[in-house]
Design a binder for this molecule. Structure first.
Ligand SMILES: C[S@@+](CC[C@H](N)C(=O)[O-])C[C@H]1O[C@@H](n2cnc3c(N)ncnc32)[C@H](O)[C@@H]1O
Length: 388
């Protein structure tokens, strides 16, 4: 740590080394102290004014780019930087992938003490724009837009470069809703392009019945499933449990790979399980079952108490990851193979540490897939294998 006393309002010069996780902050150092500067990019020399000073780090506001970095680009979207959606649109796509790989590798460091594993390179997206089949907008009077970063200030938009074009075509209809004076002045609007091509419009906050989950990036979802398939198709499995199955996105792949296996999809959402039952009703697999349950309860009641067999366990939790109880049971049960699909490297590492601490499983490989270009979000596939 350096010796200089930094002060709010002080102007300093530094070089950005890398991007930070989960934000648009570039990270550099000044006199040994970590400095975060929003909307900068690696290898650029910047002059910043400090806005926050803490004992171990400081935050600065970009005053001037003294030497432009090799990865900076003009963001194609006119509201990039103001709208809270894209963190990294000002960074060239190849570099976004390198930054994600570097962050993932760094976040996974604590796993090294549980044995060797392979960290494979991130799989990038062919299309870095127009990939979202689902977006959340806000309408305020006759304006449609997104909230600004960290606030509820509406940034009106006529387009969103992350959204599939077919969704953008509906922005104007939403603006026109303002003519109906019986409607609220403000509302949340969700637009989704469904598998059959129809557009779902949901006004107001979702209820337990209307809340749904589907992978937002259709093309990369196929890439993800192909990758999972390539990683595990040579294994033999007869008893498969797909935890956090949603409406059966990964279950469909499991059915293709092991048509004779007994497969159970488990999800907390009754709506999603009903959707899965509807979508899979034409498939006459006696061995396919759907269960509405929490993961922890299912593991405890079916696998531990009823001693249901399981050779392959699939986990695809939301960003919060698994709960402690589920990690405990998974480590104890230690099936032959586990596929853990995560959208949050922090909770992934936390969960893997708990599972690996039991000593029965090892991490075989970890690989990122870019489902969310222009943002810091990442999807990660981990393959765990039984040690015996
Ligand atoms: C990231 S989604 C994965 C969905 C599905 N695997 C897919 O690829 O579309 C997470 C799912 O976990 C479900 N979920 C959330 N908490 C849960 C819990 N405690 N137990 C079981 N399912 C849960 C949600 O309903 C949601 O469907």
């Amino acid at each position: 740590m350096g010796t200089l006393q930094l002060l709010v309002g002080q102007i300093i010069t530094l070089t950005i080394e890398r991007m930070a996780f989960d934000s648009d902050y570039g990270v550099g150092r000044f006199d040994g102290k970590v400095i975060f500067v929003p909307r900068t990019s690696p290898k650029e020399k910047v002059r910043v004014v400090l806005t926050k000073v803490r004992s171990t780090y400081a935050v600065g506001k970009l005053e001037q780019i003294l030497e432009k970095g090799p990865y900076r680009r003009l963001p194609p979207c006119p509201v990039a930087g103001r709208c809270g959606g894209c963190d990294w649109q000002h960074i060239k796509y190849e570099e976004q992938l390198k930054q994600k790989q570097g962050l993932l590798s760094h976040i996974l460091t604590p796993l090294n003490s549980y044995g060797k594993f392979t960290l494979l390179p991130f799989i990038g997206a062919e299309e870095e724009f127009r990939y979202r089949n689902r977006i959340q907008l806000h309408r305020e009077k006759n304006q449609v837009g997104f909230y600004a970063r960290g606030s509820r200030q509406l940034i009106p938009v006529k387009d969103c470069l992350l959204a599939e074009k077919v969704l953008v075509e509906h922005f104007q209809n939403i603006e026109l809703r303002a003519k109906d004076t019986s409607l609220p002045l403000q509302e949340r609007v969700e637009l989704a392009r469904l598998v059959d091509g129809s557009i779902l419009k949901q006004f107001g906050p979702p209820t337990a019945e209307t809340r749904f989950f589907a992978q937002v990036n259709t093309r990369q979802n196929d890439v993800l499933k192909n990758l999972i398939s390539a990683k595990i198709q040579t294994s033999n499995h007869d008893e498969i449990i797909d935890l956090y199955c949603g409406s059966g996105n990964i279950t469909a792949l499991l059915l293709q790979l092991w048509p004779r296996a007994s497969i159970t999809g488990v999800d907390l959402s009754k709506t999603l399980i009903q959707q899965a039952q509807k979508e899979f009703k034409s498939i006459l697999f006696e061995n396919l079952k759907w269960v509405v349950s929490s993961t922890a309860q299912y593991l405890k009641e079916e696998l531990v108490e009823m001693k249901k067999k399981c050779s392959l366990l699939v986990l695809d939790p939301p960003r919060v990851g698994l709960d402690r109880e589920s990690c405990h049971w998974i480590g104890e049960l230690s099936p032959k193979e586990i596929i853990y699909v995560s959208c949050n490297p922090m909770t992934l590492v936390r969960d893997l540490k708990l599972i690996l601490a039991k000593g029965r499983l090892r991490v075989d490989s970890i690989q990122g897939v870019d489902m969310f270009p222009q943002t810091t979000h990442m999807e990660i596939i981990t393959i765990l294998k039984n040690r015996v």
